[in-house]
Write a protein that binds this ligand. Sequence first.
Ligand code: NAP
Length: 434
Amino acid sequence: MRHVAVIGSGPAGYYSAEALQKAFGEEVRIDMIDRLPVPYGLIRFGVAPDHQSIKAVSRRYEKVALSPNVRFVGNVTVGRDVGIAELQGLYDAVILATGAPHDRKLDIPGGDLPGVIGSAAFVGWYNGHPDFADLDPPLDVSAAAVIGNGNVALDVARILSKTPAEFVGSDIVAHAFEALGNSKIRTIRVLGRRGPHQIAMTPKELGELGHLEDAAPQVDLADFPPAQDDSALEPGLRKSVTHLRDFASLARNKRKEIDFDFFAMPVAIEGDGRAERMIVERTELTPDLRSVGTGERYAVECGLIVSCIGYQTPPIDGVPFEHGRGRFANDEGVIGDGLYAVGWARRGPTGTIGTNRPDGFEVAGKIFAVLGPGDSRREGGAGLDRLLGARGVNVVTFSDWQKIEAAETARAREGSPREKFVAIAEMLGLCGAP
Ligand code: NAP
């Protein structure tokens, strides 16, 4: 029997567990360790609450979680409750699937003023992440700016634009549902430092903006290259650019506007004790498609600024880290002897949920090649339980999580978003913790 610890129970973690089961069959025991009492990481806390079809992938992870050789070991923080070296002593292999839950910093003057919020915090707030429940973003302002031209920027712009009725069927958390329902924001400006041909937004997500009940996207066609240049784009990007072009002909008859501002690089944020305006510099592209400032600057009034410029993985003591790229230093998933990384912790924060699957299979294959089936001299989960028990850690199991999930389902009311528990103490109470 081999013992493997997977740190992180998001998509990369569950795909790795699934791949380990395929490689080793019955000959492996897998512990999925998570610092929160609930599983699924990015699926629960990152994917937009109105994208339930994407969130449904958690049913696939649940199948893995319910198999007899996989355990969920929740409410355990690696680095605080147990060290990485201790885990390496207990398990034959340790896989870091910790994702990239921290914001890349918006490093401009005024970037830390109240009202400037990173997307991890803002998305975590509306998705019920316990760390961001008290965020209280300023929604009593008339204009917001969203920095970045990726899918997260689109998620944020869409969530800021939707009416309460458009959240029916979602699992937006109650505090965000109420706050957004009272929002005074009417203009949402999405700023990209490069042009329409350099966006990182996918067609389905961009197309959704054209069908909002009370908000309409707007672009200025003067920002676009000649239409015939679109034919050189790869098909997905070409579709996205077509959606953008189509936005130019939409009527401006809705209460809210989502304005796309291209070649627009934020250079400072100003305000009296809180964000009130952003100073933006017009950019142009270099021959290798980087953006450089032209010196022309203008001010954009906005009391809420959400910076959606990418994420990073938090380092763990004793694990080599590439600070420039915000991920663990690794060679195709291998960090060192018996230590591996998958998903965003391995590659950085790019790709869809499914992109993590091959990572898991590659690393499981490497672990199998090193270990093969056979008897381990390590204690595995029994050793972890002993150690955590001695430290008084309140471990949450998968059946505990099922109690939390059942209680969330029981709270569901017809015509309202599904409710989620946010406070860790409340979740632990449901698991019967003292
Ligand atoms: P992303 O796709 O990498 O986009 C980041 C954006 O931020 C880019 O437009 C980038 O511009 C811009 N940016 C970076 N640094 C900046 C700076 N200092 N100032 C101004 N702009 C800056 O990242 P993401 O949107 O966080 O998404 C992460 C991953 O999750 C992506 O793979 C995304 O597709 C995926 N995702 C998918 C979905 C979905 O499928 N529905 C939803 C959400 C997220 P440059 O291009 O100029 O660097």
